[in-house]
Design a binder for this molecule. Sequence first.
Ligand code: C2E
Ligand code: MG
Ligand code: MG
Length: 598
Amino acid sequence: MEQLLRLFRHSDSGLLVCRRDGRLLLGSPVAARMFGVEALALRHTQVTRWLEPLNGAGDAAPTLPAGQWETTARRDDGSAFPAEVTVTETRLDGHDQRILIVRDITDRRLTQERLQHLANFDSLTGLPNRTLFRDRLAKAMARARRSRMPMVLMFLDLDNFKVINDSLGHEVGDQLLCHVARTLEGCLRDVDSVALRNPGDDVITVSRLGGDEFTVIAEQVATAEDAALLARRILDALATPLQLMEHELHVSASIGISMFPNDDTDLDGLVRHTDMAMYRSKAMGRGIYSFYSHELSAEVAARLTLESNLRHALERGEFELYYQPKFHLGTGQVSGVEALIRWHSPGHGMVPPDRFIGALEDSGLILPVGAWALRTAIAELSSWDAAGAPRLTLAVNLSARQFRQPFLARSVADALHEAGIAPHRLELELTESLLLEDSESNRNVLATLAEMGVRVAIDDFGTGHSSLSYLKRFDIDTLKIDRSFVSALPTDTEDAAIATAIVAMGHSLHMKVVAEGVETIEQAEFLYGLGCDEIQGYLISRPLPGTQLLAWLQERLGRAPPAPPGNTTPTPADQLPSSLVLDVPDTLYCTETLGVTR
Ligand code: C2E
Ligand code: MG
Ligand code: MG
């Protein structure tokens, strides 16, 4: 008893002593405070007035089994709080009695709930996260199975989110993601016109899987048309421009759609198919939705076969480099070549790069293949030097993955050093989108290349994003006007205006301007008139295998004398042997405007 009294005074839990039938004999001051009464007021009351039956038993006779229980406690004013109750059976004064230690576990519950929330919801947007998404999807699939009402799964990926994030900052990126979350919830709130058959049911779940990837689970969507309407509604809602800080943003998204149970009956399969459909939307031009289809899975299978064939292509020596000459309009001479990869696929003959570069990039194979291309092209350049060809420059295409790999500059330097080629004869062609990312690593790589003396060109200029500020920020040497602006020259006035603007802008930023895809003499003349520095295209030559290139050059050189052995010093373009005059259609030379003499 002594002990009990001490406990009564000092414990920070509430203590109750009651009889087996639940009548309270004693309550500690802490217990009284918990229940919001005076300690004396507890006496002779029934324990069930304060604590809901333990052990989930009915509320008739209070069963007070020994052990630890969680239950709901009730204050005198009727309010409730969660409690943990430890019941000990004891014998006091010759009677069977119970001692109850009562703890208010409100804080513990809150922490548990917070943890639960953290584990299931995305902290930025408050939407369900990947874990909860999968849980909800499994439940929705089970309901759809029972009700025999199809269910729709959509994957939504923002277009160019990375560009926005990198160029406008993460704060804008975060706000944009929240905006998208609210827009999705908003435009799907009253979908009963489309899909909802039992208003009030929670039939739509919007989740964020991470990054800029959102999902929509829509239950009870009867047909594919209904699903398409839903997707349209989302795209329309997102299309409204929005003002974030001082930026006006135009957002679009690509959506992939699959239907359960038609497209797959298994959760992972359904997710995979929806993802594929989303990628198809991306590939087909973004801002659209696509359904998963069986043809799509055939496409993916073909892609996988392509990848597995490519995996062995390098070791089997199936790649070859072709070289396309570049012609300097001012000097009328071949100034350099661009290396273009070709794949001799055993099954398909010669495959052009547009058909396999994407697969190389996706599979990561672009790194070894790109490294091979760089080394091979540089080695070949040095072999042409040795064979007495004029000092040409060499352009090599780099994909974004290659550009981002660590030690890129190092491996370029090694390849140049091994072959004894001066760095300024090498030009690396990058795409615009890569440079939109104003990341520190981009700046560092470009600065290192510039320090080494390696030149950098922007390929397909004008087709990427329209932010031009990167031209000023980065050390760029050359702009290559994309073929699409050249093909309709000189008649298309818009293309003519674009070409004129690119040449003027390039020159004012001290860059060289090269036009790609020049096929006609009229195009060449027009570009010459603009002051464009170099042209490249079928008019001069198609890309040629290395051996043929040498013959092509030599033919035009009229048997140029071999260079003195060991002489690797570069010849500036204006000192190139005058005999290196092109044998392009006569008209090119007869045209006065080109000022090219034979
Ligand atoms: P690109 O770098 O813009 O190369 C120019 C493309 O235009 C080449 O296509 C070339 O054959 C083609 N072309 C040149 N002149 C004309 C013309 O007068 N008319 C027409 N219609 N086309 C012309 P190709 O060789 O099929 O290469 C396509 C793209 O593949 C290249 O575009 C480049 O982005 C990429 N690529 C090629 N080789 C490599 C490589 O080694 N590494 C990487 N990462 N990409 C490469
Ligand atoms: Mg190129
Ligand atoms: Mg190009």
